[in-house]
Design a protein around this ligand. Structure first.
Ligand SMILES: O=C([S-])c1cc(C(=O)S)c[n+]([C@@H]2O[C@H](COP(=O)(O)O)[C@@H](O)[C@H]2O)c1
Ligand code: NI
Length: 383
């Protein structure tokens, strides 16, 4: 499994994210070509490979010509992204990042999401940063993305509203809607911006300690300000074996119909759940209910949670990782007088088990008119 770890020791901003992705190997020409799909003129990307504090990294500049539509509303940005020829997955991710910014700005300025009036955050460079981050993320196709706690800086920052405290209100609000931890150390100024934390909160899962994986390469994306300490976002790319940790996801419901319950299991299994099943339970007020258990990989967890929240009546989910022991499995095909049957061979130490695949046996039974028992006995002698 491919892992990315966003190490935010000096915060995070949109251009730091692009710089780190490019430093990690994303071709700036590819990024530029994809960004052209936005059908917006008046910008270009410049990636400069440079040194800061003796460390080699990339400073990404979004060079703007005059942006005549400097003040955009959320709906304008939505329209630009939806009408572009970017892939659906890039559009979805970019819109979700923008939504985080819009919700935060709406809360801070007490206006609805639609009426949020983007100034700096709606300018072309934010569109480029956010859509660019979504392009790089989908180009790398990570299975797991983690983010560290965020060094937000300290003091004050000057922006369209005047002098604001650090973290800026929008940044703080985006963080309130995530479970990322913030802190401030060794930086006088704003090191984490609304765009940066929105990208992080959307793409990454918070990891309070350095996650466990095998690192393979690093990318440093430099920020523009000089804080005295290394002003960079570091993305560490690596791998982790999928082997033995899976997630158990659970919820209890007492207000769903049997039809809905059946449908949910189908959707979960179609979307990569390793298993999904119900256990009957008695809940509060003596109500008969169902306990849903889903087993899935860590990579599938966000999708599985989304399905449970969307398709069941629950308003909460429990989840925890578990270790599993799996016998090593391989398959072989054997020929029988009635057709081919796949045999699953499971091994662990000196334990070996060979089991015919049920669907093959069922097909032969149905086509030959023999009972399942007869077919199984025949296969047993041949396997
Ligand atoms: O544009 C707006 S409304 C804006 C709001 C806020 C609030 O905290 S409210 C802060 N800022 C500042 O703009 C710059 C640019 O941010 P990016 O995310 O676009 O890089 C930054 O200093 C923000 O704190 C803008
Ligand atoms: Ni604002």
């Amino acid at each position: 499994m491919k892992v990315l770890f966003f190490d935010c020791f000096s915060g995070i901003s949109g251009d730091m994210v692009l710089g780190a992705f490019i430093d990690l190997g994303i071709d700036p020409a590819y990024l530029d070509a994809e960004l052209k799909k936005l059908n917006l003129s008046g910008f270009r990307i410049e990636a400069e490979q440079t040194m800061k504090k003796g460390i080699s990294g990339t400073r990404c500049h979004v060079i703007l010509e005059a942006d005549r539509h400097h003040h955009r509303h959320f709906n304008d940005i939505k329209e630009i992204i939806e009408n572009s020829t970017l892939s659906d997955e890039v559009k979805k991710t970019a819109l979700a990042i923008f939504m985080r910014v819009a919700v935060a700005e709406g809360k801070v300025h007490n206006v609805s999401v639609e009426r949020v009036h983007f100034h700096e955050v709606g300018a072309l460079d934010s569109i480029v940063d956010i859509v660019g981050a979504a392009i790089c993320y989908h180009a790398l196709k990570p299975d797991l993305v983690y983010g560290s706690k965020i060094n937000v800086g300290s003091g004050w920052v000057r922006c369209a509203h005047g002098l604001l405290p650090v973290p800026a209100p929008a940044t703080a609000e985006i963080l309130c809607n995530s479970n990322f931890e913030m802190y401030s150390k060794a930086i006088d100024g704003e090191s984490a911006t609304p765009t940066g934390v929105a990208i992080l909160a959307e793409l990454a899962t918070y990891s309070p300690t350095t996650p466990s994986f095998i690192p393979e390469k690093t990318g440093y994306g430099f920020g523009g300000k000089d804080f005295g300490v290394l002003n960079a976002l570091r993305i560490i790319q690596g791998r982790k074996s999928e082997a033995n940790t899976i997630m158990v996801v659970e919820t209890n419901v007492d207000d769903m119909t049997g039809e809905m319950a059946g449908y949910v299991l189908e959707v979960l299994l179609q979307n990569g759940a390793l298993d999904a099943f119900y256990t009957p339970v008695y809940m509060k007020k003596n109500r008969p209910g169902i306990h849903l258990t889903v087993l899935c990989s860590e990579a599938r967890l966000p999708l599985i949670e989304e399905i449970i929240l969307k398709e069941t009546s629950t308003i909460g989910i429990r989840k925890y990782p578990v270790e599993r022991t799996c016998m090593h499995r391989h398959f072989k095909k054997i020929a029988t007088p009635l057709g081919e049957v796949t045999i699953k061979i499971s091994q662990q130490g000196d334990i070996t088990r060979a089991t015919p695949e049920y669907e093959d046996v069922k097909k032969i039974a149905q086509e030959s008119g023999k009972s399942l028992w007869e077919v199984l006995e025949m296969v047993e002698k041949l396997k």
